[in-house]
Design a protein around this ligand. Structure first.
Ligand SMILES: Cc1cc2nc3c(=O)[nH]c(=O)nc-3n(C[C@H](O)[C@H](O)[C@H](O)COP(=O)(O)OP(=O)(O)OC[C@H]3O[C@@H](n4cnc5c(N)ncnc54)[C@H](O)[C@@H]3O)c2cc1C
Length: 403
């Protein structure tokens, strides 16, 4: 099986989405896959940087410039932006289909990371923050987690913003902030009403990373996700921002954060896993057919066949689920609990699928020349980052019991 064979049910996809999917497959095959060995061997890539900065830290400028040009020339650069914001205006389903293709390879395809909640800003904010983010001239990081507030940010957040003469004074510390060191602006959640907290007492601020009082601990937090740290501790020490740095209504910052997480960290975890799972399955089938032990290819052993089947079942089930939830989101349905379901299954099933692939490959499965351990680390991380598996279960249970 190969990713260039039609895996996805084309009949459910509009023709223009199929055309984009095929284009993405070609780009992955012709442009990204040849770069993968160098990417995997590099001591410079990391988790948390945007695709462009990640590529620039590994490859020479001409390689990255070529990929950026390709992305812009094909229009794929704008795949994450809405039509009203000057983007491709793709449906959620179309974005998911494209994202799955690009996740087949470890090398990221250059396109901007666009926090969808920026489109809830005022006209002036959209001009100042959203337009340059889409164009690739501005990078935005998201700061919710704190040393004592992870799974329960609403209840445990201590970062405060106090209004003084029409301006806000912010104090507190955020932790685990991906890409904070390279971002221009930090989307920051702070408590503005200690009584109300997540029910109207948390506000979202757009804070200039270089504003006086903002300090990013230089070393970052080393993790197993990449050779270099991508997460940072950020201190806010009497940082003063104007009223026009509030995104959305005062007190509505928790809801905005949840909106951002629902799409970026939950629904989009579906394709993030799917591409890697499909690659792992393709690799495992090819390997099992050619690896011979005791006089036969290991593909002829039932123990190996069952691992392949388990991988295939997870992949097909996750794909169906992800496509369905994306279609429902496109129809305007509130899919917060469904996105939690996709995230939970994508991270849990994705991890076990790659684990099967590593086992089928034997020692080669542990080689850093193959993308398997890299994929494993990334997918294992998704059981924690953006809300743990346990928290997704809480969200799903809440919906079940409420209904
Ligand atoms: C690589 C990386 C990148 C990240 N990037 C960002 C970022 O850009 N911005 C940002 O704001 N944050 C970021 N985070 C933080 C991440 O979202 C949190 O780590 C995550 O939400 C979990 O919080 P915690 O680590 O404090 O775990 P804790 O809340 O301390 O939980 C510990 C364990 O207890 C479980 N648990 C907690 N409560 C319950 C309960 N009620 N019932 C059952 N089990 C429970 C959890 O599931 C977990 O297994 C990042 C983290 C990592 C590792």
């Amino acid at each position: 099986m190969d990713t260039l064979d039609p895996q996805t049910p084309s009949y459910t996809l509009p023709p223009e989405v199929v055309a984009y999917r095929d284009l993405a497959r070609q780009i992955v095959r012709n442009e990204l896959m040849p770069l993968e060995p160098e990417y995997l061997a590099s001591p410079h890539h990391t988790y948390g940087l945007t695709p462009v900065t990640n590529l620039r830290s590994v490859f020479p400028a001409e390689t990255v410039d070529r990929l950026v040009k390709l992305s812009r020339d094909t229009g794929l650069w704008w795949m994450g932006a809405s039509g009203t914001d000057g983007g491709m205006g793709l449906s959620m389903l179309a974005q998911i289909v494209l994202d799955e293709e690009f996740n087949y390879c470890a090398v990221p395809f250059p396109a901007p990371e666009i926090p969808n909640i920026l489109s809830e800003g005022t006209e002036a904010q959209r001009k100042k923050y959203l337009a340059p983010t889409i164009n690739g001239d501005m990078i935005v990081s998201f700061a919710q987690t704190e040393p004592g507030a992870g799974s329960d940010p609403g209840g445990m957040m201590t970062t405060r913003a106090i209004r003084k003469n029409g301006r806000w004074v912010i104090n507190g510390t955020k932790m685990w902030i991906s890409g904070a060191h390279e971002s221009d602006v930090i989307l920051l959640q702070a408590v503005t009403d200690n009584e109300k907290r997540q029910r109207g007492g948390i506000t979202m601020f757009l804070v200039d990373r270089k504003a006086p009082g903002v300090t990013i601990e230089e070393r970052g937090i080393p993790t197993w996700l990449g050779p270099r740290a991508g997460q940072y501790i950020v201190h806010f020490d009497n940082v003063v921002v104007d009223g026009d740095c509030v995104l959305g209504p005062v007190g509505e910052g928790f809801r905005l954060g949840q909106r951002w997480l629902t799409i970026h960290d939950r629904l989009m975890r579906g394709p993030y896993s799917l591409g890697k799972m499909q690659r792992a399955l393709d690799m495992s089938i090819a390997w099992a057919k050619q690896r011979v032990t005791f006089g036969k290819p290991i593909a002829e052993r039932q123990a190996i066949q069952w691992r392949l089947v388990d991988m295939y079942v997870d992949l097909q089930a996750l794909r169906s689920m992800t496509y369905e939830m994306a279609s429902r989101a496109d129809q305007g349905e509130d899919v917060r609990a469904e996105a939690a379901l996709v995230k939970m299954c994508a991270s849990e099933w994705g991890t076990r699928c790659i684990d099967h692939a590593i086992q089928i490959h034997g020692a080669m499965g542990e080689s850093l020349e193959l993308p398997l351990t890299y994929f494993y680390r990334l997918l294992r991380h998704t059981q924690i980052g953006g809300g743990t598996t346990e928290i997704q279960k809480i969200l799903i249970a809440r919906k079940l019991l409420k209904d």
